[in-house]
Design a protein around this ligand. Sequence first.
Ligand code: PEP
Ligand code: MN
Length: 350
Amino acid sequence: MIAVMSPSATSQDIDHVVEVLRLHNLKAQLSQGEERTVIGVIGTGFPEDLLETLEVLPGVDRVTRITRPYKLASRDFKPMNTVVEAGGTPVGGREFVVMAGPCSVESRDQLLRTAYSVADSGASFLRGGAFKPRSSPYAFQGLGVDGLSLLEEGRRMTGLPIITEVMEPGQVERVAQSADILQIGARNMQNFPLLREIGRTRRPTMLKRGLSATIEEWLMAAEYIMAEGNPNVILCERGIRTFETATRNTLDLSAIPLIKRMSHLPIIADPSHGTGHRYLVEPMALAAAAAGADGLIIEVHPEPDSALSDGPQSLTLDGFDQLMRKLAGVLAAVDRPMRRLPKPLLQASA
Ligand code: PEP
Ligand code: MN
């Protein structure tokens, strides 16, 4: 249920609604629009006459039942796009962002070479996995905390904010000390203790779509984070499992405009995991930008053939540079500027 306040409602009116909800053991989440405030009612077991009770309070314009199971993530609750401020870079605004880097942080040389190169090509975030969710327990599991330190070094050298995955609730505090954006991997999309723990931080979080999650399940996972008080959620379409085996996953491009209609949250596309093949990454990246994505996350490696994870889908440094040049044309066509790093930071890295 949401209570839409009238444009002339005072802060006392808003406080009063919040207090009435508290008396009913319900929580309020406020969404401050340009003209009016919308109050989302959070909790279980709404009294039957709650709508009527709220409707007559001073300053309340109307009260609407939201029939969708996700509320805070829905456009009904917040009509304006959410812009998540991550390490000084807005995600979900007019500027298109590109997150790039290796699947896994493997060594100082590998990470810094990649970081310089992607920064030079125009990336706006550095990605890299330190804790890796591998399908096999015998595969490389990541450098852990040492990987986080290398990412921090990459950020110091290039000025690029960093995004990295966190896999367990107990790691959230440590990873949040280093990362500008916490990444929740596809395999953890419904790890509810992890979602809750991240919800208690206000750290920007990129929530990847689960391997076989419906759009609604994905938005409900976002709702878990938001219901704990963290509104800074970015969604990431990374492909879903279908009957098709020619690609690693099926990148669901229709999810991009669909999410834009259903939710106010930013959405990023991951054509690397979405396809699994290097030669498919560029065309699907361009298509995602054309479909209205707010950004991309792309795996890039200086020597993909010897990568410890996801080499076949990783672009070379040159391949990424070429993609960025082509992307500029598509973004011009959809009238979206590319996020550019402030020049002094790039010069400092030279
Ligand atoms: C990754 O980004 O390297 C990753 C493991 O992605 P996903 O969770 O989408 O498989
Ligand atoms: Mn990967």
